[in-house]
Design a protein around this ligand. Structure first.
Ligand SMILES: Cc1cc2nc3c(=O)[nH]c(=O)nc-3n(C[C@H](O)[C@H](O)[C@H](O)COP(=O)(O)OP(=O)(O)OC[C@H]3O[C@@H](n4cnc5c(N)ncnc54)[C@H](O)[C@@H]3O)c2cc1C
Ligand SMILES: NC(=O)c1ccc[n+]([C@@H]2O[C@H](COP(=O)([O-])OP(=O)(O)OC[C@H]3O[C@@H](n4cnc5c(N)ncnc54)[C@H](O)[C@@H]3O)[C@@H](O)[C@H]2O)c1
Length: 474
């Protein structure tokens, strides 16, 4: 136990041990720097403890349960008995295994771990308050600091996450008992991934989305198969409505949402999950002390080296500009550590993939056809539908397609959009192709194992070149 104020010095102080911070710390340790990682809650951050990993575990488990009970077409008749408390225990076990691994890896790479809440205490100084009563605080003097404090869910006014029927994604993923019904406010990443989980587990799910469709960052072609499947699962969608209040009733609660003319619609439900985006955690860091000010989004502006306006302070992950994705946070962490160690490193956002783990999945990387045209390319597009893929048909999941985008003149691959089975995995091959400067010809002439879903990427490239074999050419 640490009591009173002690003072230490370090080359690199990393604040926050999520996929940005712990990767930065490990990389800095590998590069021979003295590094101190401060975490106030749990190693692995939002992603490992409350986000990516728990949600993907529950997506898999609910998918297994649903598939087992819906395989009559394959001659399988089963009525799975789901114990949600055991499912949640299994999910927690997966999380513990991973977070324990992060702690061990940090120690093995010489990272000093400090448990407590850090804030800036002047130029080149952090103050860390340890958890619990009487545990004291310490001051860390640093040469460089990396801010990786992540994000928290945005609250809709009137929907306080502390009030029992109102849940954020963390609380929803920890429920050991399921409600009979749930309204999900927001049809974005979390709304769509978790609506699928709860619908597959038999909850009566309603999604209330402010805009006129789900997953607004993706085009209609990509979102359509996801919405169709969600409707088949019984999810009820209401668009153009913003949730504004809820009240208790004898049987649960009523959530009220209004359209842009103020016309109100009421939804009776047992629980309401609010997933309307996340905001960066920069307001608790006493940034004034170091001369930093967040932008209007609450983020810290950074340059191509992940450096903020203050020379020796870096910002990575959800607190920095760009998509709030774990792999983007980790890459920024590596770059920040390498720059601090004097290595030649810079951020390159040309091929940041994204995946939505819905049913079917979405996987994208690089430019869409419209983006490519806007950037002055002359785009050529090739597609391949999964209902023409032998492997997709043998898995019973043949919704969706692969689309590749390339520059017509040079043939260089510029982007890919996939909706369909294992899209989150398939997109990796095309990300590598873009990074390596591969052409359509390179992808088309690579022999892919048969029968696999990955053949669809080769087929889409062949289609763009005008010599598709298993689908009609343009
Ligand atoms: C339900 C859900 C599912 C998701 N699924 C995916 C997915 O499938 N794929 C994907 O790429 N992304 C996913 N994300 C997003 C992903 O979790 C984030 O982009 C990622 O965690 C960001 O990493 P980070 O290191 O910037 O911050 P975080 O992971 O949020 O970590 C920040 C850490 O900093 C600590 N901290 C904050 N303030 C202080 C302080 N003052 N002192 C000390 N410590 C502090 C916090 O306790 C936390 O541990 C998901 C998010 C959610 C909520
Ligand atoms: N697979 C993944 O990579 C993954 C999964 C989950 C979360 N995430 C990350 O976490 C972030 C947060 O996820 P999210 O789903 O909370 O945000 P989101 O930005 O993806 O979606 C929020 C949705 O809520 C809607 N909305 C906003 N206010 C509303 C209101 N009052 N009533 C009804 N609808 C409203 C928005 O129009 C939007 O469609 C994501 O942006 C993503 O970066 C990633």
């Amino acid at each position: 136990m640490v009591v009173g104020d002690i003072s230490t010095g370090t080359d690199v102080a990393v604040v926050g041990a999520g996929p940005g911070g712990y990767v930065a710390a490990i990389r800095a340790g590998q590069l021979g720097l003295d590094v101190t990682l401060v975490e106030k809650d749990a190693y692995g951050g939002t992603c490992l403890n409350y986000g990516c990993i728990p949600s993907k575990a529950m997506i898999t488990a609910s998918g297994v349960a649903h598939e087992a009970g819906h395989a009559e077409e394959m001659g399988v008749y089963a009525d799975p008995d789901v114990d949600v408390a055991e499912m949640v225990d299994w999910k927690d076990g997966v999380v513990d295994q991973l977070t324990g691994g992060v702690e061990k890896l940090c120690k093995a790479n010489g990272v000093n771990l400090i448990e407590g809440r850090a804030e800036f205490a002047g130029s080149d100084k952090l103050r860390v308050v340890h958890g619990g009563d009487g545990q004291g605080s310490e001051t860390i003097e640093y040469e460089h600091a990396i801010v990786s404090t992540g994000s928290r869910p945005i609250e809709v006014p009137g929907f306080d996450f502390g009030d029992d029927p109102v849940l954020d994604s963390r609380q929803a993923l920890a429920m050991a008992e399921l409600p009979s019904s749930m309204v999900i406010v927001g049809g974005g990443y979390i709304g769509m991934e978790l609506s699928t989980v709860f619908a597959k587990l038999g909850v009566d799910v309603t999604v209330v989305e402010m805009l006129d469709g789900i997953l607004p960052q993706y085009g209609d072609d990509i979102a359509r198969p996801v919405r169709q499947r969600a409707e088949e699962l019984g999810i009820d969608f209401h668009f153009g409505l913003a949730a504004d209040s809820w009240t208790d009733t004898d049987d649960g609660i009523v959530v009220t949402a209004a359209d842009e003319d103020g016309e109100e619609t009421e939804f009776e439900t047992e629980k309401v999950l609010v997933a309307v985006g996340r905001q960066p955690v920069t307001d608790t860091l006493n940034l004034d002390a170091v001369g930093l000010e967040p932008n209007d989004d609450g983020r810290l502006e950074t340059d191509h080296e992940a450096r903020t306006d203050v020379e020796n302070v870096f910002a990575i992950g959800d607190v920095a500009p760009g998509p709030m994705l774990a792999h983007k946070a980790s890459k920024e962490g590596e770059v920040a550590a390498e720059v601090i160690a004097g290595e030649p490193a810079a951020l390159d956002y040309q091929a940041v993939p994204a995946a939505v783990f819905t049913d079917p999945e979405i996987g994208t990387v690089g430019l869409t056809e419209d983006d490519a045209a806007a950037q002055g390319f002359d785009p050529v597009v090739g597609t391949f539908p999964f209902n023409a893929s032998g492997r997709a048909l043998t898995t019973g999941h043949d919704d969706g397609f692969v689309e590749v985008v390339a520059d017509e003149e040079s043939g260089f691959l510029l982007g890919a959009q996939i909706v369909g089975p294992e899209a989150s995995e398939l997109v990796a091959e095309l990300g590598l192709a873009i990074e390596m400067g591969a052409t359509l010809e390179d992808v088309a002439s690579t022999i892919h194992t048969h029968p696999t879903l990955s053949e669809a990427t080769m087929e889409a490239a062949e289609h763009a070149l005008g010599h598709a074999v298993h689908t009609l050419n343009r």
